[in-house]
Structure formats: C-alpha cells, structure tokens
Write a protein that binds this ligand. Structure first.
Ligand code: MTE
Length: 451
C-alpha cells in the first residue's frame, strides 16, 4: 500500500478512533482489524479519486484529475442549513470518532471509572469541554444550581452558606490550567500496558477556568490566620470526596470555579461548582463542591490515607504528594497511528509542570541518543499545557520518538528507569517518565519503554 500512496507526511489516525468497545480488548486484534479496514478504505478512496495504479497516484494528468476539485459539489451550488439548526453547536459528523473513551475492563463499574481525553486528536493547549477527561468515584450528577449550596466553616469568624448567585456576584478570575489525575500513566509503571496516547496519558486536560479565588471566600468568612493551617474541600456526590489543601496553596492560586472554557462547568466536571488547585493532582480538584472547612491539622481522609498514597520500594507509603511534576508526551505521531510514507512530519506534543512554566522541550528520534530543542508555541503559561512542535524528515527506517521537558525550576523529566530507581515499580501515582513511541519500517507506531 505504501508505495501507492504518495502523500508524504500523512498518517492514519489511531485505531481507537474507529473501533467499538469489544475490539479494544485486544490491541493486536484491534491493530489487524484496523489495518485491514484502512487498506480497503484507502484503496476504495483512491479508486474513487481516479488514483488507482501507482503511475496515476504519482502524477494525476491534467484533464483527468481529481473530481473533488474539478466538479462543483452540492454544497457550492445549493442552499445550506439555516442558522441555529443546532442551537448548541456540535462537531462535524466526520469527527465522530474523536471521543473520550473508557478503557474496557479498567474498573468493575463505569460510574467509578475514567474516560480518557483523545490527546492524539486535539490541537493547541485547550481541551474542548466535551473531550475533557472524566474521573468519578461514584458517578456524576447534573445538580440543580438553584438548590446547590456551599458552606464555609471551621476556623473562620463568620461561617457562611452561599448560594450560586452569592458566589457569582463575587470578584472573579479566569485562568488556563491543566488538570492531571495523579494516576495518569499509572498502568505503565511496570511495563508497557496500553497501545495509544489516549489511554497512556489521557487523564490530563487543560481548560480556562472561571470562578472566585478561594482566598476571597476565606477572607469573606473572616479566616483566623493565627490558627488556620489547612483547608478541607468536600464534594456533594456519594463518594464523600474530601481532600486536605495546605493553607498557602489555598491562598495562592486556588479557585472555586463555576466556569470552564467560557461557559458553566459541564456536569461531568463538577457543575455547578468545583475546586481548581493549579499544579496539584486532580483528586484535590473536588467536584460538586459543597463544603469548605478551615482547620489546624491535616484530616487524613480515606482519599489521602488509604488512596492517593505512593508505595515506596522500602514498603512504606508517601502521603500528601500532591504536585504533578514536569511531564510531556508526543501526541502525534503516537501509538496506534501509522505513517503512510517517508518524508516530512510535524512532531507535535504537550508539556506541563505543576510547579510553573515549561522552559524547554527536547525531542529525540533515536531513542535518546541525540536531542533537538522543539519550538514552544505561545502562550506558555504557568501550570498549563504548552504545545511543542518540531520538524522531522522520516527516512523510512526504524525510529524511537521521545520528548523530554524541563520547567522553570530547572527540573528535567526523568527516564523511566531513573524514576523506578527512586520509586520502585509498585507505585500508582505520579508517573511522569519520558514516553517512547517506536516507529517501525512499516510506519506503524507502538508504545515501548526505553531504559
Ligand atoms: N470530586 C468529587 N466530588 N468526586 C470525585 O469522584 N474525582 C476526583 C476529582 N474530584 C472526584 C472529584 C478525581 S480522582 C479527579 S482526577 C478529578 O476530579 C477529575 O476531574 P474531571 O472529571 O473534571 O476530569
């Protein structure tokens, strides 16, 4: 097929864009089915374009060219659809394959599971709201905002109960931040586990959040700065999600948010109110926020004493490890995609740091022997996605693509073996190692680990 397709720099999308749940159970079956389907669909579309046969494919003769440019289609001659045909806009029917997806069999019930963001199919740094990853411990709810209340209590002079209207009258800020579940890339601690970037890294998204700085609410209730040391956030769902937040972080850049990407939060992401704790793992971004308590010690709730702890090689647990360290991943070309021909490719990916801005991203195409510095696209914001791009001419031989990010504290993203030396292999959370994608001579891209 490759010699017939003279489209330098084109690639076949990752297979999960087109497959049903059952197929995803076996990556190998998935790959074979996908390749078979793509060979026949590529052949069919080439035939439809009059490109069957390598001579024509290489150089369409004028007068016998591509009907897609020679013939006027219906949309150029007829009347299109009226305004507001979709009162709330939806993506093109041709983009249906780009979806959040649940990894089959990951959890026993889908209400306590994850739907991963398709990082391989998004551009820039903002994750569309409908593709923002979801992680619920006990399902999501569409809560009536007129009945939702937020109680602020504990070490404050004036404990208060706020309605949504009360909160939305207060001074607001809008800031772009990534949110990453501490368990993102967890399945790769021991070895390669999943085929595509959606499943390996898709528990991270980046949005513009709007809301009231937590510091404003705490001040409004008269926080007792002499005794206060921690803040507890509690959600209104059945999971009893409660998390301790150190006071300096709560007063720094934390937001009690109601907006996401210019509109109200989506129900799956905490409508009508959630915590935004920039740089900190997603579990602390309590959704459906109903209570804030100010205290003088950590609460050691179930989601910080039993879960979200790191099992170290000596058998002890690390607790309260909130910050998401510098990480990056190449999103295209990435696992499950197939490069159609040698030639020019734009290697593109995302980098982020829970400690500040991304300073630099280096990219290797030979498994880490040589590195080149990628272009960082603007804006480069603190605790937000940074998009990087770098040119690459694929010579058709085997290659291993990697990205290595550095943030403005000087911290450099580690290799997987460096991380394992410190953390062992039995951890779940905070896996921020360099990701490797192997490009085979056939053009198929797969997930590998390079030490
Ligand atoms: N808040 C409540 N109330 N209930 C939850 O199950 N899940 C947490 C956090 N906040 C959760 C919650 C976890 S583990 C993560 S990673 C993030 O929400 C995910 O946020 P998202 O679903 O908006 O991506």
């Amino acid at each position: 097929m490759q010699s017939d397709v003279k489209k330098s720099g084109r690639l076949i999308k990752a297979p999960e864009n087109f497959l049903v749940k059952d197929d995803a159970k076996s990556p190998e079956l998935m790959r074979r089915k996908f390749l078979a389907a793509s060979v026949s669909s590529a052949a069919a579309s080439m035939a439809a374009m009059g490109l069957a046969g390598s001579a024509r494919a290489a150089a369409p003769v004028s007068g016998d060219g591509d009907p897609n440019i020679l013939n006027l289609p219906a949309h150029s001659t007829g009347l299109g659809q009226p305004v507001a045909a979709n009162p709330y806009g939806i993506p093109s029917q041709y983009e249906k394959g780009l979806q959040r997806r649940e990894s089959p069999g990951l959890t026993r019930v889908s209400a306590a599971s994850v739907a991963f963001t398709p990082l391989q199919g998004t551009f820039g740094i903002i994750t569309p709201s409908g593709l923002h990853f979801e992680r619920h411990h006990q399902g999501w709810w569409d809560i009536d905002p007129s009945k939702h209340r937020l109680m602020v209590m504990g070490l404050v002079k004036n404990p208060k109960v706020y309605t949504m209207d009360d909160i939305m009258r207060l001074p607001s800020v809008s800031r772009i931040h990534f949110i990453e579940c501490g368990a993102n890339t967890a399945m790769e601690w021991g070895n390669v586990a999943v085929p595509t970037v959606q499943y390996s890294h898709g528990m991270v998204s980046c949005s513009e959040f709007t809301g009231v700085p937590l510091s404003v609410l705490l001040e409004d209730c008269g926080i007792d700065m002499k005794t206060a040391k921690y803040v507890l956030g509690e959600g209104a769902d059945g999971s009893s999600m409660t998390r301790t937040i150190p006071l300096d972080r709560a007063l720094d850049d934390a937001i009690v948010a109601y907006g996401m990407n210019g509109e109200m939060l989506r129900p799956e992401n905490g409508y009508p109110l959630r915590l935004v704790i920039p740089g900190v793992q997603g579990v602390s971004w309590v959704k459906w926020l109903r209570r804030i308590e100010v205290g003088d010690q950590k609460w050691a709730t179930k989601d910080e004493a039993v879960h979200y702890i790191d099992l170290m090689p000596d058998g002890l647990h690390r607790q309260y490890t909130g910050i998401q360290e510098t990480k990056s991943v190449i999103t295209t070309p990435s696992g499950g995609q197939t490069l159609l021909d040698k030639g020019f490719y734009n290697i593109s990916g995302l980098a982020w740091s829970g400690r500040g801005k991304i300073k630099r991203v280096d990219v290797s195409v030979d498994g880490g022997r040589n590195w080149r510095t990628a272009r960082l696209e603007t804006p480069v914001l603190s605790k937000a996605f940074t998009r990087f791009n770098i040119d690459w001419v694929w010579n058709g031989g085997p290659a291993i693509l990697q990205s290595r990010a550095q943030d403005d504290t000087g911290y450099v993203q580690p290799k997987i073996n460096q991380l394992r030396e410190v953390r062992g292999t039995r951890s779940i959370y905070h896996q921020n190692a360099i990701q490797s994608w192997r490009v085979a001579e056939s053009g198929e891209v797969s997930n590998v680990q390079v030490y």
